[in-house]
Design a protein around this ligand. Sequence first.
Ligand code: AMP
Length: 375
Amino acid sequence: MKVGVVGAGQLGRMLGLAGLPLGFQFRFLDPGDDCPAERVGELIRAPYDDIDGLERFAQDLSLATYEFENVPAQTAQWLDERLTLAPTPKALAIAQDRIVEKTTFRELGIPVQAFAGISCPADVEIATCKVSLPAVLKTRRLGYDGKGQRVLRATSGDSIAVVRQAWDELDRVPCILESFVPFVAEVSLIAVRGRRAGHGCDIAYYPLIQNEHRDGILWKSQAPAPCDPDGELERVARESVRSIVESLDYVGVIAVEFFVTTSGLIANEMAPRVHNSGHWTIDGSITSQFENHLRAIAGLPLGSTEPRGASVMFNLVGRVPIPTPILRLPGAKLHLYGKGARAGRKLGHVTLIAPTAKNLLAPTADLEQLVVWET
Ligand code: AMP
């Protein structure tokens, strides 16, 4: 079966690498000239909203997915009318707009921080009354890796002026003002929901993942999450994710990011796609998130999400490291995306796997010294 993937970045490439052994073929749509996925399938190089490109992409396809959530709404709609697009345009629309996303979580009873929208000058005062500083001002749309955000510290002066200035700095595009969450850790839960019930487990969950960011970019993911020794956070996170996927009749892999606070989990955002915090699943679980995403959207039985032990993953950013010292580490698996080097660009990742979290401590300390991080 040939699967269309909107976007031909590293996530598309890893979908391809996971799907080829199962007999899937791939066609990617991407306007870029440095596409990591083009080595694992056919590439239609065209803007995402170019009808001619979309027609060439969709020709003979019955199934498509996407590797990033900023697929233009009209493109998703166009595809959805002609073939099966999974996850659905509705999931995409929710994840594209931070206010719709938080409102969806709140309506499902999932705790979120206080938030308010700012779309016009009059909204600044109203939002600042609802959400006191410290707060974070973010663009409603198109933010990623911490871009399009301003952290606003508490002030003894004029809070409204602080928010107004930050909104000016973000070019007065529609924004969300949200309370700053004094989190003790950040975690994500990745789940996969199959197209049909009756193939074993309809929803499968990976272990809770603990994430650390640097410069707004994911630096390190650990699974299972060390901050959740008794599994209570994982239990709550599963309930939240279950209610999201069931309410959306969702098909495919989903990742939901949470803040861990002293009073429990607060949902931050969802990604209706395979996720960077799940890259460790390629080496560290029976079935990777990439393979399970393909199985789910194609209506195949889901694979086991059981971990093979404990895993830690580091992103490689800005420059490709010398591989030899990394490959010498026991349990280290290096993944390079074949992208040109540039500061702040994710060029690959390394996963370490070991039977237990304790066995990971020494190689993790060694690996931290070798991880390249240039932003
Ligand atoms: P986001 O784009 O929402 O994933 O935010 C990127 C990172 O900024 C998060 O992973 C957090 O580390 C931090 N962050 C975002 N929103 C908040 C918030 N409301 N309170 C505290 N930290 C935040």
